[in-house]
Design a protein around this ligand. Structure first.
Ligand code: ZN
Length: 240
């Protein structure tokens, strides 16, 4: 079975559409989405509709929950809170129903999925070896997939030293326990502004990190047009 893993789309429709084109070209058996479909970006409803149609398993993330009114926006950074408040004003009923139906973590036969981490699926960023080790302890499955940090990352359990950023072209084997973050489709923060995603191939026991170029100026223009904070447009070009 081959699975395309996407995450942190954040209302960036141009990035999502181009990513799905790249995904379809690989003809995976299914698509999993690790959450934060909305927040920050200008096209939340369109992104919800596409994810609902294309993704077999979709998680809810902290930004989705903030937009739904289930998290206190005073705990968000100012631009994130402003974007969540704007998203609340335009979120349509079908998007709201879709996001409300989701959970922040899920288990499949071969993988544990969490937006943040298995022990704290809404808030924890897995950015260190200690956090990854805790995740491995809390999941009996050999593969843990997380989003939330917007950085493509790989960790392996037996070799405590083996973890780090996973730039385009990085391929890891699944013959040892792995924690993988596909990176972000709609707001990458690992220095590569292209949309990030992951292709997991259980038949060959490999996972490869992918990047897809998209029309960044198009999304930037939509952010400005919507009256969202300009910094949210600027950061897309730098991938930070
Ligand atoms: Zn996010």
């Amino acid at each position: 079975m081959r699975v395309a893993v996407i995450s942190d789309i954040h209302g960036n429709l141009a990035a999502l559409e181009r990513t799905l084109e790249s995904v379809r070209a690989e003809e995976p058996d299914t698509i999993w989405c690790l959450g934060d479909t909305v927040g920050y970006g200008p096209e939340p409803n369109e992104c919800c509709a596409l994810v609902a149609a294309e993704s077999e398993i979709t998680l809810v993330g902290n930004h989705d929950l903030g937009v739904l009114g289930e998290l206190d926006l005073s705990t968000f950074a100012p631009e994130a809170a402003a974007a969540a408040e704007w998203t609340q004003t335009i979120l349509d009923e079908s998007s709201r129903a879709f996001l409300t139906s989701l959970q922040p973590a899920a288990d499949t036969e071969r993988a544990t999925l969490a937006h943040g981490s298995p022990r704290d699926p809404i808030w924890e960023y897995v950015l260190s070896w200690e956090q990854a080790a805790a995740a491995f302890e809390s999941s009996p499955r050999g593969l843990i997939l997380v989003g939330h940090s917007h950085a493509a990352l790989h960790f392996s359990e037996p070799d405590a030293g083996e973890w780090g950023l996973a730039p385009e072209g990085t391929t890891v084997t699944l013959d040892q326990s792995r924690l993988l973050n596909p990176g972000s489709v709609g707001q990458p923060r690992d220095g590569d502004p292209r949309a990030a995603w992951l292709l997991v191939d259980f038949s060959t026991s490999t996972a490869s990190f992918r990047r897809t170029s998209y029309d960044i100026p198009k999304t930037q223009a939509a952010i400005i047009e919507a009256g969202l904070p300009e910094s949210l447009a600027e950061r897309l070009a730098a991938g930070v």
